[in-house]
Design a protein around this ligand. Structure first.
Ligand SMILES: [Fe+2]
Ligand SMILES: [Fe+2]
Length: 180
């Protein structure tokens, strides 16, 4: 059976989420190289969240008996050469993902796939948080300027609420989380 448009977009979204995961891991490694452990930690965590988003979509498609194979990840964009450059890239990436989920929910409505529409709701809420937290980080980083230790102090102080979200969809194989 040919894929409906919402299912085609959801399968494409698996690739986008894994690409974001790999991109954030690459940023985390760069922060680690620059001896910025708090920023590195934040991005290692964010990378796992993106991986979990991909596996939530996989679990949903499996539950709906839709054929799913994992996509290859395209080559990553070059790493911007500054902290604010990386954060600007990340804000834009989160805004792009928000637009992708808006397209997915529009397709679900168009296909009259109400189960897909309901599944997408959590991701829309998640994108509001992700755009907001990344934009805040960029704003604080811009204010800190060259004094990156101020930014590291801020991150050490402002620990994000990492309690698991009971409303989050199930990830195939279970959600990954940092142990440390
Ligand atoms: Fe995501
Ligand atoms: Fe994200």
């Amino acid at each position: 059976m040919p894929l409906t448009s919402v299912n085609r977009l959801l399968i494409e979204q698996i690739e986008h989420e894994f690409t974001a995961s790999q991109q954030y891991t690459a940023f985390a490694v760069w922060f680690d190289q620059q001896a910025l452990p708090q920023l590195a930690q934040r991005f290692y965590e964010q990378a796992l969240e993106e991986r979990n988003h991909a596996m939530m979509i996989v679990a949903y498609l499996l539950d709906r008996d839709i054929d799913v194979t994992l996509p290859a990840i395209p080559a990553l964009a070059p790493i911007p050469a500054s902290v604010t450059g990386i954060l600007e890239f990340s804000v834009e990436q989160e805004q792009a993902v928000t637009r992708q989920f808006e397209q997915i929910i529009a397709a679900a409505r168009n296909d009259q796939d109400y189960l897909a529409e309901q599944f997408t709701h959590w991701f829309l809420k998640e994108q509001v948080e992700e755009v907001s937290s990344m934009s805040t980080l960029l704003q604080v980083a811009t204010r800190c300027g060259d004094n990156l230790m101020l930014l590291e102090d801020y991150l050490a102080r402002e620990v994000p609420d990492s309690a698991s979200d009971p409303t989050a969809p199930r990830a195939a194989g279970g959600a990954a989380a940092l142990l440390a």
